[in-house]
Design a protein around this ligand. Sequence first.
Ligand SMILES: [Zn+2]
Length: 115
Amino acid sequence: MKNKQCPVCEKGNLIEVDDIISEIEGHLFVQKGERCSACSEEFISEKEGQRMIEVSRKLGIWGEPLKLHRKLSRSARGTVLRIPSDIEKNMHLKGEEEILISKIGKNKLLIEIGV
Ligand SMILES: [Zn+2]
């Protein structure tokens, strides 16, 4: 049994569970992952998260709850997109992740975190 410390509260241990419920646009997904014994924060494994994204894409529901309008800004080194804090929180971003940006279609960018 591995003891992983919760990165959110840094008090509890992460316990493997298989009943994490995520809701996207009224669709419920039950997933495997880990839950903190202290603060109950839930972490979905990357594989499960990917599966949920695929299923929700098929259902045409992915992206809607977290689709936000943001303006790009200019810095001396190029165009900058600030990640909204609610997405940051939702995805547990620390600001040091590697990302992959793909151009899909004429006016769409796909940003993948931690690939
Ligand atoms: Zn915790």
